[in-house]
Design a protein around this ligand. Structure first.
Ligand code: GRF
Length: 213
């Protein structure tokens, strides 16, 4: 597989991770172009943010399609037309079918706001608080058909502080997301991280903070 050069972000919400990746591309930290931002939600803040960054963006509203498959075909067509070779899910609130995942297998990333395998699914911060966890965090992983179960590329950990509620904990985790997601994207673009035989392979020169040893 050749080196990814054209990245797409797919998101449903605010787009703070998209903006962190856009900034990293602009700084040259990620040697690739953020070529397309897609949201399935009309008027999602991520689309306004993409416009502010002057990034090509479009809404593909899942409600306009009669099935999940038809919605995904529309997304695949747009991704392929734009020659996208790395797809980055960032707060995309739809479950993808095997067909879509197979198409970008190994070039499809997601960020999840928990220390997977803990708390797949929703309400991760409240669940961490309810369990009395002392730490929380976020995970960047390759996407496989099983939800939130793909091999981990990188995690960030934060302490749970007394007095935390779900939103204060989410804010602390998100600040870390904005560090690790651009880093993971960079590793993938530089081919320092790959999905090989269902497992994450990391270039031996890579240290956990992304510098070369
Ligand atoms: C992040 O917390 C991410 O972990 C989760 O959805 C949220 C997206 O936030 N998957 P944003 O839209 O990037 O601000």
């Amino acid at each position: 597989m050749s080196t990814p050069r054209r990245i797409a972000v797919i998101a449903s919400g605010s787009g703070s991770n998209m903006a962190a990746i856009a900034a990293a591309c602009e700084r040259g930290d990620i040697p690739a172009t953020l070529s397309l931002v897609i949201s399935n939600v009309p008027h999602a803040r991520v689309l306004a943010r993409a416009a502010e960054w002057q990034l090509p963006n479009r809404c593909i509203n899942h409600r306009d399609y009669e099935s999940r498959g038809a919605f995904e075909e529309a997304m695949l067509q747009v991704l392929q037309k734009n020659a996208i070779d790395l797809v980055v899910l960032a707060g995309f609130m739809r479950i993808l079918t095997d067909r879509f995942i197979r198409e970008y297998y190994g070039s499809l990333l997601n960020i999840h706001p928990s220390l997977l395998p803990k708390y797949p699914g929703l309400n991760t911060h409240q669940r961490a608080l309810d369990a009395g966890d002392e730490e929380a965090g976020a995970t960047v992983h390759f996407v496989i058909p099983e939800l939130d179960a793909g091999p981990t590329i990188v995690q960030a950990r934060v302490p749970v502080l007394s007095g935390d509620d779900a939103s204060s904990l989410a804010a602390r985790v998100q600040a870390q997301e904005h560090q690790i997601y651009p880093l993971a994207v960079r590793w993938c673009v530089e081919k320092k991280v790959e999905l090989r035989k269902g497992k994450v392979w990391k270039d031996p020169s890579l240290t956990s903070n992304g510098t070369n040893a």
